[in-house]
Write a protein of this length. Sequence first.
Lengths: 284, 569
Amino acid sequence: MPSATLLGQSVLSGVFIGALYGLLGLGLSLSWGMLRQVNLAHFALAFLGAYVTFQLAAVAKIDPFVTLAIVAPAFFVLGMALHWFFLRFSVTLLNTLLVTFGITSIIEAGIQWYWTADFHRMENAYAAVRWKLGPLFLALTDVITLGFALALALGAWAVLRFTDLGKAIRATTEDAPIAAAFGVNEKLLGFLVSGFAASVAAVAGLCLALNHTLAPVQIYAWMGVVFAAVMMGGLGRPIGPLVAGIVIGVSEAVTMAVTNPTWAPLVSFSLLIVILLLRPARFS
Amino acid sequence: MKTALAVCAVVLCAVPFVGLPAFYESFLYLLLSAIVLATSWNLLSGYSGYFSFGHGAFFGVGVYTTAALAGKLGWPFLWTLPLAALAATVLGVALGAVVFRVRALRGELFALLSLAITFVLSTIALNTVDGGPGIQVMVDMPKIAPTASGVLYLLMLAAAALTLWTAYAMYHSRFGTGLFAIHDDEDVAEVMGVPTYRFKLAAFAISCALAGLAGGIHAIFVSYVTVAETFSIALAVNVVLMSALGGTRHWLGPAVGAIAITMLLYAFTSGNAAVVGRALSGLILIVVIVAMPAGILGQILKRFRREPPARPRPEAILTDLHHAKKSGEPLLVVRGVAKAFKGVQALAGVDLDIRRGEILGLVGPNGSGKSTLINVVSGHYAVDRGSIRFEGEELVGTPAHRIARAGIARTYQIPRPFQQLTVLQNIALRPMFGQVVMDRASAEAEAWRWLEFTNLADKAYRYPGELNLHQRKFLELARALASRPRLLFLDEVLSGLTPAEMDGALRLIRAIRDQGATIVFVEHVMRAVMEVTDRVAVLTYGRAIAEGAPAEVMRHPDVVSAYLGAAHV
């Protein structure tokens, strides 16, 4: 059994990695739940964002947070373009999975071509900032990730819950033709949601660049875990994936502390299977 | 045709013995392994529409099974192949047993879980058999060809032949037809008697077994097995791509795609070109999905699609259609059946008897629970409480396909034909999964009678999308009749028809009645109800409030108030 300090540090790091799962899951959950699109390319997009941030910060010496002002709007447009493509060719739900799989391959190949398959790490001033909380260490970049995840999830939730815009989006999700008959501009809302989802990918990309080493093959490594968080947390729900992501993150971190770290990828899958076995009604 | 196939087989088998450079054997080997993987993937994913992104994982299980048994423990190589197939099958069945039970989101859930399983397996392999550096697989080859690469080529050739034969046989059997029905509308397929859960699981098991077999052979081909190379997502992408490109709705489609993609990727093997190849395969996937959903083979077949010659018309006379005679004893007994949807009590304790040989009119205002009752009896919804006995057998808790096989059929108010099956195939599906299981040929012969009966014979090779509403309604009817049901639920077959079409439909219903069938006739058109029914039952708010002769029931005060409101004088 590991010591209490190690366990505490594991739980803490689990919370932070879980926040990143939740951040990645937010965009997926929204576009899946509201637009009926399963966007596998969300991960490739996040990594593209991370690489662009890395490039701007490392080569052009721009502060990583300032890069967000460039990357996030650009991604908003990318998200809208993707949505336009799906509308234009009326792609079915399952086919969105296949098409975005194709897009993922293209983005991955593009990243590998430009930045090579080697690992990259963004050197930045923020990564050096660490605090000591009793016996535990706390990194600024982790706290920033958690902050972004909480702010965006709660913000999206509040908009959906309390504003007229949110009401219109929820109405469209439930029954688009009826919502349109009540004067909701459902087309515009679709573009808005997909643009927002892609912008969240840009934010997730920034957090990836701040905390992790980057390599093109890692795009796929995040898919299983984050989709598990989305499916456990619920489709079209902003806060669910974050909560589920943190549960998964903590379970993984504890697993790593107690057993061999290489077993961690099994945790999210096992959790999902257990939920499928115990609560199949959750998925119908 | 047969001679061409035989010549082909002889030529392919002779390749290792003519002394070609090993390169050609290896290239042909890769081509064949692509055919095995794409075709086996298609058995589940193309036929039934459950897309798997985890085919690489099942292939990988085969690779590691053989690598561990033959490479580490020194078992004879050929003996490990069945075990490689078995290991992949066990894994697939375990995954399928969990996922295939889910009712909503099942397609997406399956796709994503199969994607995840690749990483899960690579983790397990890394932590157990592999241990990190990989496994060296050096084995004694069986001496069936002069060179080692020749032996591997012959083994993969055998695997490809087996896979293509399986795909062909499934495509032309009831199994395949059932899977195609699942692809189009799984819920309807189940109600039509297709054991959907078992079929999906069986197709998945076969698909995994073939992938595992290919993996076992491949372990020797690569001779040095590593986790990173084995459990790659690229393989899953390529397999999906090959099948989609070739055409997923034909047994030979994936093989066509496999050849095309393997040739293409071969041009981009080394260095930076591999990156270009990956991007290109992504791009082709997108274009194919969006612009060419039928794939290369599908397009070609469409171009050369000929209407088969009209069949000799069988006599449309119905002999021994129904075993039932009017006897008055109850055929179906419904007691206290309740069903709620999120607080809406659709059925609130229905008691109803349906007597052998009668036509029972089931009427009631909109939302009174008529359609829910049909859905409950046919097994589509599970009841909250109550009992439904058919010929003394309890139906509650029986899966829908068993209920269909017991002899209960229904039509859908809004026709739900299988969109990608022809009218003939739509109807022939029923006898294939009816009380007496028929093979495809006799089921089609049977279907022709019902095409004739419903005047759809000249539309036999059309797709449902090409029919008008009236014809689609008759297709629903023909589909239900083709199972020779003992009890038939007609759910508003007349709605939306013109008066003339309605008269035609009523003539058909009378013809069915004259054979002594038991029919439950759900209808709003009162003229029709009064004309054809023997008895009428009235539902309101999920309860049967009156039952009896049509004219009497319509005068019943509760019925009058249910329809017109209570009189306040």
